[in-house]
Every structure is written in structure tokens, then in C-alpha cells.
Unconditional design. Structure first.
Length: 133
């Protein structure tokens, strides 16, 4: 794993959250995107080398909607940039980690993604991200 790619934050109202984070970070949202496969709308911010991804549900039965219903708004996941998501998935499986995806899938911001089950990571949902070339 190379670096933290972004921190994902679950929010109930994306428009309100975008306004708040623009004010908080002193920078504009640089990209919004719908990820139909995850039933989420996303918004991205960059400050220095760091990125924040806001996630808002587009469906009452999406993972983000369930997360907010159970835990409330807040940090949803930490994403790590990897060079080869397939190799990293294989490595983690061999180390005994449970992955939530059998194969990588398309995510937001032109990335292939895979999640590591939080039961293996002290309750933190970990996302692997590889930029699609």
C-alpha cells in the first residue's frame, strides 16, 4: 500500500455537506459523481496531498444508508492507494483477511476498488484503490 488515497465520510445530505466542507477546508469541491453500483453520490475535496470523499445514499437499502441508520453520519472508510489491486487482494487473502469483493469493481474517481471487512481491521472499513489507466 502506497499511501492513504482518501477518507470516506458518510453524509445524509450531500448538498449541505459540500457547503460545510467547502467552508471548513477553504476549497471548492472539485468533483461530484454518482456510483450506481454502490447506490451513492460522491463529492471530492483535495487539500494538499489529502483527499476527502463525501458519500450520500441514492437508495434506502444501500450500504451508506444502512451505515448512517446504524452509526449516524461520520467516517465510513479509509482508502489506500495500491499499484496492483489484484496482487494486493491476493496478499491480503493469504494473510487471512476477509475481502468484501471477490474481484475489484469500478468505483468513483476513476478507480478500481475492493473493501476489506472491518471485522479484520478493528472495526475500520478499508478500501483498496487502483487508478484505472
Amino acid at each position: 500500500m502506497n499511501k492513504i488515497e482518501h477518507i470516506g465520510i458518510a453524509v445524509a445530505d450531500l448538498g449541505k455537506a459540500i457547503s460545510l466542507y467547502e467552508q471548513l477546508l477553504g476549497t471548492n469541491c472539485y468533483k461530484t459523481e454518482t456510483v450506481a453500483s454502490e447506490s451513492v453520490d460522491t463529492a471530492f475535496f483535495k487539500t494538499g496531498e489529502n483527499k476527502i470523499e463525501l458519500l450520500s445514499s441514492t437508495s434506502e437499502d444501500s450500504a451508506i444508508a444502512k451505515f448512517i441508520a446504524k452509526k449516524g453520519e461520520g467516517i465510513h472508510h479509509i482508502a489506500f492507494d495500491v499499484d496492483d489491486i489484484y496482487a494486493e487482494m491476493d496478499r491480503l487473502r493469504k494473510e487471512g483477511f476477509v475481502l468484501l469483493n471477490e474481484t475489484p469493481k469500478n468505483g468513483a474517481d476513476n478507480k478500481l476498488i475492493c473493501f476489506v471487512h472491518p471485522k479484520n481491521t478493528h472495526g475500520v472499513l478499508i478500501e483498496l484503490c487502483q487508478e484505472i489507466k
